[in-house]
Every structure is written in structure tokens, then in C-alpha cells.
Design a protein around this ligand. Structure first.
Ligand code: PAF
Length: 287
């Protein structure tokens, strides 16, 4: 496994490994890898000739009062996981390497970024769009692998790839969960034992939403109220949003709409704070 810390090293390694017709699978991450990331790496390794992992905690996608400084990092462990998953190249740039000067160009996907995490974290998706497009230009992947826990991020990146004609296939990968259902996230390490116990309510409510959705007389508004009420039975949970939208267009569904009449793919998307830790989770429904 080759570890590259500069763009020059990355380009040199890529040109050695990527001879004609070799497919390249790319897994962009912010590190502190868990089984969710490992599953993306294994899939990229299975489906491509060469696998590239990037580890970069991108300051552009963090707001001023967010967890950039305390975002968990463990380079040694990350490299061991990457090697175990058969990764060929790890790109581990510094902030200075990626942004020698404050960039004056940003990639802003409009519309679908105005809701959910885009509304709660202003500027977040401009940071994501900018860094992912830089990484795509540097790596030139055949396929890029993203976890569906960040379903809005996937919708934003798919839109960006379509609008800007990136020649990369975006591969949506299923969320990996703890045995009790909690979606794996690097931020789960922030949770206290009591918060961790109550955090399971997110995935429980998504499970239950699957039954509620098909209950006779169910409306979009009632579905949301059921979800909110299940989550707020935990006294430590503070809901940032609990939304029921179309996917991937992320259009709101009128509260009065009977769920039996829906014809497109929909998403229940959640962001819930436990103390200062904000967790997200979601479930897609093919009606
Ligand atoms: O999902 C993440 O870890 C990040 O948002 C990404 C895609 C690596 C961009 O920094």
C-alpha cells in the first residue's frame, strides 16, 4: 500500500498503477475509519483493479461552531484498516496541500442543499462539493463509493457529477449498523454510555416508520409526528430535524398527503442531538 501526502506523490503513484483500461475505485473519507468505511473499501477493491482511499478532514465543510478541532483522528489505525481491506493508495494530504490559499472557487449545488443538513449547517455542502470535485479531478476515479447514511450528501454529489459532467459512477452503499441498529459514524465515540443507549431510538423509529407508512389512513404529517414522538421519549434527545421528503429531489411532501398515494421514492431523514453530538440517520422507501 502506498501512502501519498502530496498531490505530486499521488499523481506519480496513480500514473504507475493506472495503466490503460484499469478501473479505479475511490473512497473519499475524513478518516477515523469504522466498519462502514471498511465495507466501502472492500467493495471498491472487489469491483476495480485499483483502490484509492483519501483521508482528509476538510475544514471547508465545518461551520465556525462545529467539531473541526476535536474531530477524531487515528492515522495509524486507519492505515492498518486500509491495508487489511486491500487498498492500493492512501492519499493523506495536509490542509496546506489541499488549500495552499483560501479557494475563491466553490462548488455550490443549489436547491437540494437548502433542506435537512444544508439548512442546519449553512455552507456545509459547498465545502463537500468543493473538496469532492477537487478529489475527483486529482484521482480521476472510474467509480466512487459513498455510504447512504449521508443520503443528502449522495444526492448532492450525484447532482454535481451530472451537472459538471464528471466521468465517474457514484456507487450508493448501504448504511452499516451496530447490532442494535445504531448507524456507524466516526462521531459515535463522542456519546456517553447513557446517550449511546438512547441513540438507538433513531434506527428504531426508522424501522417503525416502515410499518407506519403502510398503515390505513396514514398521512405524511402523522408519520412525522409518530417518529418525533418515539425519539423524544428519550429525554436526552433533541431533534434538529425529522423530515419525510421525496428522494433524491428532497421535495417536501404535504402533511395531508396520504402515504398510500405516494408514487416516488421517499426518505425519512433524521438529525438528532445528544448533548453536543449530532447524529444523522435515514431510510429510503420505494413506494
Ligand atoms: O462523508 C465524508 O466523510 C465527507 O463529507 C467527504 C465525502 C469525505 C468529503 O469531505
Amino acid at each position: 500500500m502506498i501512502v501519498c501526502r502530496t498531490i505530486q506523490e499521488l499523481k506519480a503513484s496513480l500514473s504507475e498503477l493506472r495503466t490503460d483500461r484499469k478501473s479505479l475505485g475511490f473512497v473519499p473519507t475524513m478518516g477515523y475509519l469504522h466498519e462502514g468505511h471498511a465495507s466501502l473499501l472492500r467493495r471498491a477493491e472487489e469491483e476495480n483493479d485499483v483502490t484509492v482511499l483519501s483521508i482528509f478532514v476538510n475544514p471547508l465543510q465545518f461551520g465556525p461552531n462545529e467539531d473541526l478541532d476535536r474531530y477524531p483522528r487515528d492515522e495509524e489505525r486507519d492505515l492498518a484498516i486500509a491495508a487489511e481491506c486491500g487498498t492500493d493508495i492512501v492519499f493523506l494530504p495536509s490542509v496546506k496541500e489541499m488549500y495552499p490559499k483560501r479557494p475563491l472557487t466553490t462548488v455550490l449545488v443549489s436547491g437540494i442543499t437548502s433542506r435537512l443538513c444544508g439548512a442546519s449547517r449553512p455552507g456545509h455542502f459547498d465545502g463537500v462539493g468543493t473538496v469532492v470535485s477537487k478529489l475527483f479531478h486529482l484521482v480521476i476515479p472510474t467509480r466512487a463509493y459513498f455510504g447512504m447514511k449521508d443520503a443528502q450528501q449522495v444526492a448532492v454529489i450525484e447532482q454535481m457529477v451530472h451537472d459538471l459532467n464528471f466521468e465517474v459512477e457514484i456507487v450508493r452503499c448501504e448504511t452499516v449498523r451496530e447490532p442494535d441498529g445504531l448507524a456507524l459514524s466516526s462521531r459515535n465515540v463522542y456519546l456517553s454510555a447513557e446517550q449511546r443507549e438512547q441513540a438507538v431510538r433513531l434506527s428504531q423509529s426508522l424501522q417503525m416508520a416502515g410499518d407506519w407508512l403502510y398503515a390505513p389512513g396514514m398521512t405524511a404529517g402523522q408519520l412525522k409526528r409518530n417518529i418525533v414522538s418515539h425519539i423524544t421519549e428519550s429525554e436526552l434527545a433533541e431533534i434538529d430535524y425529522a423530515e419525510f421528503l421525496t428522494y433524491p429531489s428532497l421535495e417536501p411532501i404535504d402533511e395531508q398527503t396520504s402515504t398510500a398515494t405516494l408514487e416516488e421514492q421517499t426518505i425519512v431523514a433524521l438529525a438528532v442531538k445528544f448533548g453536543t453530538t449530532r447524529l444523522i440517520d435515514n431510510r429510503l422507501f420505494d413506494i
